[in-house]
Design a protein around this ligand. Structure first.
Ligand code: CP
Length: 347
């Protein structure tokens, strides 16, 4: 398997075989077979949004592999220019063209979190429209100019590291995944959240050859172009992809339930209307009663989670909840990825 030097913008950048190779490598690393394969290598991390899990799992993962992760403090005190040929006489400090090429001289990979939808404030972020956001201008600009691999730590469209960690967790817990039922259910949240995580989680379950069912209320449909790609991956791995407007129907006979919330694409930029619609679906909460309808499914959530809003305490703290393993596995999955794309050699 040679994926040295490749970007990881989405799991779609890698073949089905490459994804499975990374999952197996992550499981091997977790079993104690870790070498200092990235000794002398450096990862630059640019977080334009807050993070606990992604930030820590990359820093600790790089340390375990003998390398260094540098978390550049750019969020509130540094502004990049992205337009080509601009006269930079306004507020921006540095063109991405220069920043990406300079970081490429010091480092061996760049990891970026940039989502125009993530906020730590009580309100959703006001954005214009999905057609603009789905271009993922910031991370794509770094990819254009960097001479080293760029890793997506969550953009507007994808969160592939969450997807990879989830795939590892499912394989670790279920063993064989082929033909087993995976449910990704929308859950109520007071804010309109990004859909990068569900996009990547669904893609991962499709790569595992699972029978994937996405449950959400009417109006919360995913992007049709991305759904087509999910369906293609599902077909390639011998699985399937379906959608349901009923949480209870979807849960029947499932082996995995993963909860996530996201905003309605058609109301991007019109949160008042969005809120009016989403507030009709406060009953979209994962409860023990609903989990009893499954085939003793494990429960997954990427965290952070709104307890007793999207999922009850009973479910989150139950024996079948794997949320902590899921968070831990982000680190092992990313270590497998880093080691391979930064050319760490055989583990
Ligand atoms: N799941 C996840 O990406 O968590 P953070 O936002 O804390 O990184």
């Amino acid at each position: 398997m040679n994926i040295k030097g490749k970007n990881f913008y989405s799991s779609l950048d890698f073949s089905h075989k490459e994804i499975h190779y990374l999952i197996d490598l992550a499981i091997k690393l977790k079993s104690g077979k870790t070498k200092k394969s990235l000794s002398g290598k450096t990862l630059a991390m640019l977080f334009f949004n807050p993070s606990i899990r992604t930030r820590m799992s990359f820093i600790v993962g790089m340390q375990k592999l003998g390398g260094l992760a540098v978390d550049l403090p750019i969020k509130d005190n540094y502004s990049f220019e992205y337009e080509k040929g601009t006269v930079m006489d306004k507020g921006t400090i540095e063109h991405v063209k220069d920043a990406a090429r300079v970081l490429s001289r010091y480092c061996d990979a760049i990891a970026i979190r940039n989502s125009e939808l993530i906020t730590s404030s009580a309100q959703s972020v006001e954005v214009s429209n999905w057609e603009t956001l789905k271009k993922d201008k910031i991370i794509k600009s770094f990819m254009e100019y960097a001479a080293i691999p760029v890793i997506n730590m969550e953009s507007n469209v994808f969160h592939p590291c969450q997807g990879l960690g989830d795939a590892m967790t499912i394989k670790e817990k279920l063993g064989s995944t082929q033909g087993k039922k995976y449910v990704l259910t929308w859950g109520y949240h007071p804010k309109a959240l990004p859909m990068a995580t569900p996009n990547s989680q669904i893609l991962s379950a499709c790569d595992l050859g699972m029978d994937v069912v996405v449950a959400h209320p009417p109006g919360f449909e995913l992007d049709t172009a991305i759904v087509k790609k999910m369906a293609m991956r599902a077909k390639k791995s011998g699985g399937s992809l379906d959608f349901s407007y009923s949480m209870k129907d979807a849960f029947q006979k499932s082996s995995v339930v993963c909860a996530k919330s996201w905003g309605a694409l058609k109301y991007y930029g019109n949160w008042a209307k969005e809120k009016e619609m989403r507030d009709m679906f406060k009953n979209w909460i994962v409860t023990e009663e609903k989990m009893k309808m499954t085939d003793e499914a494990i429960f997954m959530h990427c965290l952070p989670v709104r307890r007793n809003v999207k999922v009850t305490d009973e479910v989150l703290d139950s024996k079948y909840s794997v949320i902590l393993d899921e968070a831990e596995n982000r680190m092992w999955a990313q270590m497998a990825l880093l080691s391979e794309i930064m050319g760490g050699g055989k583990i």
